[in-house]
Design a protein around this ligand. Structure first.
Ligand code: TYD
Ligand code: MG
Length: 460
């Protein structure tokens, strides 16, 4: 088309290049350049415009004269979501909800639209589904639809006009990648389009004090397709995770200007939509195999909440010189480190074996406090000696095989006792300064050596 030209924009840093390159020369990211079409008259698609939460004043204010902000929050009605948001949806804030297709984003948003509609005007904008499809889903979810309006539109100018007309308190855009502006040459979903549409919606949210939730698609690598810049622009970024084959869903905040990012919300996908799981540990432990080598229970802290999960390891002999290490739910490097500690300190031959590790329920264990449980699951599978079913392991491993103290031990042990565990392996160091009160037998350990005697006799 005349007056248009093709450029390549880095989705990580927005660098513009006239030709495609495998590696972005500005930020060094690989495979991040995506094609975009811009008008000839513009050198770059946009100048560096940012959505500012702050109103520029041009003059510095003494710290002591700063006002304490007061946020107005509306509970979404789903306690698990409110927990992640830091207590509810903040008026005038923009939240990006991202997740893989089919994970349940539209379902969740339709459910909260209905609940929010009891007190607020909600406008649900869909660029992906027809109103008929939306109605069908809503019907299935038992939506009443008080104060809820549906708009199927993808043109940002028309969307803004409708927001001006309908004056909603909450706007949901499903998804931001379908929204486009007539004033920009590239197609919907292109970096420029996504960024400019998001910018327009963010500015609208700030100027009219509207809460906006944007749905963002995730690409294969797990990052939000389109500009990474979107994450910088919005107030909160929530990730909706889970295995589609399983019913659990976890919402995690990876950024939140109005609350902590530690909390997670747990849901279960049912026939009537997403149901909150107030007792996730029970769900995660359901159907646990009994007396089976390779399994070990662990307690992780997700924000203020202790969560009990199960780690499964499979260690099997391999003939290849480079054995496989596959990790699901645990950082790969952490797994390698634990394997190296076990090999060096306990003399166990993991290097002659393939190692697979998995955390049940699609949970991700980022905390080093799960090290001892990972190590026990690995040793258990290698030696065919089961970790007793009534035992839970808590502790971080040091490079010398020593067991290091963890935070929140009391909460962890209490949760284990509540779920019927009889014994807890805990770091000895935690007990040096403080006594631990719990209805569970405490087994303090100083190093990974100490756990070997706890395993059941070999099964073979
Ligand atoms: P959806 O919310 O459309 O996912 P997303 O918007 O993230 O792409 O739906 C996800 C899946 O959930 C869909 O495959 C069907 C299933 N589902 C249920 O199991 N129960 C329900 O009540 C609904 C509405 C959907
Ligand atoms: Mg959807």
């Amino acid at each position: 088309m005349k007056g248009l030209k093709t450029v390549y924009i880095c989705s990580e840093c927005q660098h513009v290049s006239p030709k495609w390159l495998g590696k972005c020369p500005a930020c060094g990211a690989w495979n991040s350049l995506v094609e975009d079409v811009v008008g000839e008259d513009k050198k770059s698609p946009t100048t560096a415009r940012h959505a500012l939460t702050a109103r520029p004043t041009g003059r510095a204010t003494p710290y002591k004269e700063l006002d304490m902000p007061s946020y107005i929050r509306t509970a979404t009605g789903l306690g698990e979501l409110d927990r992640v948001l830091g207590g509810g949806l903040v008026l005038g804030s923009v939240v990006l909800l991202s997740g893989e297709p089919g994970i349940g984003k539209s379902t969740l948003l339709m459910q909260i639209s209905d609940i929010l509609g009891a007190h607020r005007q909600v406008l649900y904008i869909s660029g992906e589904e027809s109103s008929g499809q939306l109605r069908l889903r809503a019907e299935r979810l038992g939506v009443v639809g008080e104060n809820l309006s549906i708009l199927t539109e993808t043109n940002i100018e028309k969307i803004l006009a409708e927001i001006d007309r309908a004056k909603p308190d909450v706007v949901i855009v499903d998804s931001i990648q379908t929204v486009y502006s007539e004033n920009i040459a590239s197609t919907a979903g292109a970096v420029t389009q996504v960024r400019e549409s998001a910018l327009a919606l963010i500015n609208k949210a700030k100027s009219d004090n509207i809460s906006v939730i944007l749905v963002g698609h995730v690409n294969k690598e797990g990052s939000i397709a389109g500009p990474k810049l979107l994450e910088h622009m919005v107030d909160a970024v929530l990730y909706f995770e889970g295995e589609r084959q399983q019913t659990y869903r976890i919402i995690r905040a990876i950024k939140n200007r109005y609350g902590s990012t530690n909390e997670i919300g747990v849901f279960e996908m049912t026939d009537e939509g997403l149901a909150e799981v107030q007792n996730p540990s029970e769900m995660l432990l359901a159907g646990r195999p009994q007396n089976t080598p390779g399994n070990c229970a662990v307690c992780t802290m997700e924000g203020t909440r202790p969560l009990i999960a199960e780690i499964q390891a499979l260690v099997s002999p391999t003939a290849t010189p480079a054995p496989r290490r596959t990790s699901n739910g645990i950082d790969y490097n952490r797994l390698c480190l634990i394997l190296a500690v076990l090999e060096k300190r306990l003399g166990l031959r993991f290097s002659a074996n393939d190692v697979y590790i998995n955390v049940i329920g699609g949970l991700r264990l980022d905390e080093p406090a799960s090290d001892v449980a990972v190590a026990m699951a690995l040793v258990s599978s290698l030696t065919d000696r089961a970790v007793p079913d009534d035992l839970i392991a808590i502790g971080e491993l040091g490079l010398s095989g020593e067991c290091r103290a963890v935070s929140g031990l009391e909460y962890r042990v209490k949760e284990a006792a509540r779920l019927g565990f009889g014994r807890a392996v805990v770091p000895y160091r935690n007990l040096e300064k403080r006594e631990l009160h719990a209805d569970i037998e405490i087994i303090p350990i100083k190093s990974i050596f100490d756990v070997l005697t706890l395993l059941a006799p070999p099964q073979k």
